[in-house]
Ligand binder design. Structure first.
Ligand code: KIV
Ligand code: ZN
Length: 386
C-alpha cells in the first residue's frame, strides 16, 4: 500500500489565537507563520480578516511573506466577509478562503432562526462567491459533530457542487466519540456522490479531551486533512494538537498515512508559541510537556536504564526535546540513584549504594524532588563517615 499524505492545516494563528490572553500582534503572527512554514505545515490559517483591522493586516502580511504554504483566511457565509478575506489574501502566492456556516439544528434554529433549506442555499451562495476570488475554497459545516448525517451529506454535496475543494467537518463543541466521528466521515465518504472531488478535513475541539482521537478516527475513515494547533491551543479546552497527530501517524505507520511535518521542530516551536502567546504548556502534555521524557518511579527508571524503549515509545531527539530525565523522588530506586551519582562522577559499588539509599530516602521523603545539591551533600556525608 502506497502511503497517503495527510494535509496539515495549522490554525494556531486563528483558532489558537482565540484563547483569552493569547492575542498576537501582526509582527508576532508573521514571525510564527514563518516558523510554521519551516515546520512543514501545508496550510496556515492566518486569521479572520473581517474581524478587525489588525487581523486583516496580519493576514495580508502573512500572505505577502509566505511562499510555499497555502495561506488561508476565515470568513462567515457572508458575501462581505468573503470579499474582505479575498482582499487580505490578494498578495498571497497560494490563497485559500475558508467559508462556512452552522449546520446543526442548534445553529439553524437558535442562531439563525432559519430552516435547513435556506441554509443549503447559503452554502451554495457563499462557496460560489468565494470561487470568484480563488480556486482554493474550503467550506466548513460548523457544529457538524452534532449535525444529522443525512442533512450533513446534502450540505457537503452542495458545497462541492458549488466549487469547494476541501470540506471541513468540525466537531465544534468537542461532543463526538472517536467512533461516532469516524462513522460520520465514513458516512460522507459513502453517501456524498461527488466526494472524490474534495478533500475531507477534520477540525476537532477538545471539550471531552478527545480532539486528537477524533481527528485520527477521521483520517482512518477517509479524511485527508487535519486542522490543528501547536500545543493544542484553541477555544475553551482547545483544538487537536498538531504535535500529537503528527506523532500518532509516525508511530503507527501501518495506517499508511504520513505528514510533511519535521518532527525535530516540534519542541522548539512548542516553546516559541508558548512564550509568544504567554501560555504555559502543561508539564504532562504529550510530546512537548516538560515531563514527557521524565522517569521518576523506581520500576520505570530501572527498566528505562536497561533499555530506553522499555518505557519510551518516542526518543526525545526525534521530536527535538531535551534528553530524557531520571528524576529522583521518594519513589525512585537504587539504580536511578546510582545512575545520578555516576553522572556526578561517583562510581559507587552495590554496598555503597545500599548505604546511601537509606540516607537518600530520608531526604526524599521531605522533598518533591532530590536535586544535585542534595546528592553532593549525601556523597560528602558518606565520605566523612568512611
Ligand atoms: O470549530 C469550528 O467550527 C471552527 C470553524 C469556524 C471552522 O473553528
Ligand atoms: Zn474551531
Amino acid at each position: 500500500m502506497t502511503p497517503q499524505k495527510v494535509v496539515i492545516f495549522d490554525t494556531t494563528l486563528r483558532d489558537g489565537e482565540q484563547v483569552p490572553g493569547c492575542k498576537l500582534n501582526t509582527a508576532e503572527k508573521v514571525s510564527l507563520a514563518v516558523q510554521l512554514e519551516q515546520l512543514g505545515v501545508d496550510v496556515i490559517e492566518a486569521g479572520f480578516p473581517i474581524s478587525s483591522p489588525g487581523d486583516f493586516e496580519s493576514v495580508r502580511q502573512i500572505g505577502a511573506t509566505i511562499r510555499d504554504a497555502i495561506v488561508c483566511g476565515l470568513s462567515r457565509a457572508v458575501l462581505k466577509d468573503i470579499e474582505v478575506a479575498a482582499e487580505a489574501l490578494k498578495g498571497a502566492r497560494r490563497p485559500r478562503i475558508h467559508t462556512g456556516i452552522g449546520t446543526s439544528d442548534f445553529h439553524i434554529r437558535s442562531k439563525f432562526n432559519s430552516t435547513r433549506e435556506v441554509i443549503l442555499e447559503r452554502v451554495t451562495q457563499c462557496v460560489r462567491w468565494a470561487r470568484n476570488f480563488t480556486d482554493d475554497v474550503e467550506f466548513y459545516a460548523e457544529d457538524a459533530g452534532r449535525t444529522d448525517n443525512e442533512y450533513l451529506a446534502r450540505v457537503i454535496e452542495a458545497a462541492i457542487r458549488a466549487g469547494a475543494r476541501t470540506v471541513n467537518i468540525p466537531d465544534t463543541t468537542g461532543y463526538c466519540l472517536p467512533q461516532q466521528y469516524g462513522e460520520k466521515i465514513a458516512y460522507l465518504v459513502n453517501h456524498v456522490p461527488n466526494i472524490d472531488k474534495a478533500i475531507i478535513s477534520c477540525h476537532c475541539h477538545n471539550d471531552l479531551g478527545l480532539a486528537t482521537a477524533n481527528a485520527i478516527a477521521g483520517v482512518i475513515a477517509g479524511a485527508r486533512q487535519i486542522e490543528c494547533t501547536i500545543n493544542g491551543l484553541g477555544e475553551r479546552a482547545g483544538n487537536t494538537s498538531l504535535e500529537e497527530v503528527v506523532m500518532v501517524l509516525r508511530q503507527h505507520r501501518d495506517l499508511g498515512l504520513y505528514t510533511n511535518v519535521r518532527p525535530q521542530e516540534l519542541n522548539p516551536i512548542s516553546r516559541l508559541v508558548s512564550e509568544t502567546m504567554r501560555m504555559p504548556v502543561q508539564p504532562n502534555k504529550a510530546i512537548v510537556g516538560a515531563n514527557a521524557f521524565s522517569h521518576s518511579s523506581g520500576i520505570h527508571q530501572d527498566g528505562f536504564l536497561k533499555n530506553a524503549q522499555t518505557y519510551e515509545i518516542i526518543s526525545p531527539e526525534e521530536v527535538g526535546a531535551e534528553q530524557s530525565r531520571i528524576v529522583l523522588t521518594a519513589r525512585s530506586g537504587r539504580s536511578a540513584l546510582a545512575y545520578r551519582f555516576q553522572k556526578l562522577g561517583y562510581q559507587y559499588v552495590r554496598d555503597d549504594i545500599d548505604f546511601l539509599y537509606e540516607a537518600f530516602l530520608k531526604v526524599a521523603d521531605t522533598k518533591k524532588e532530590v536535586n544535585e545539591e542534595d546528592l553532593l551533600q549525601l556523597a560528602q556525608s558518606y565520605a566523612s563517615a568512611q
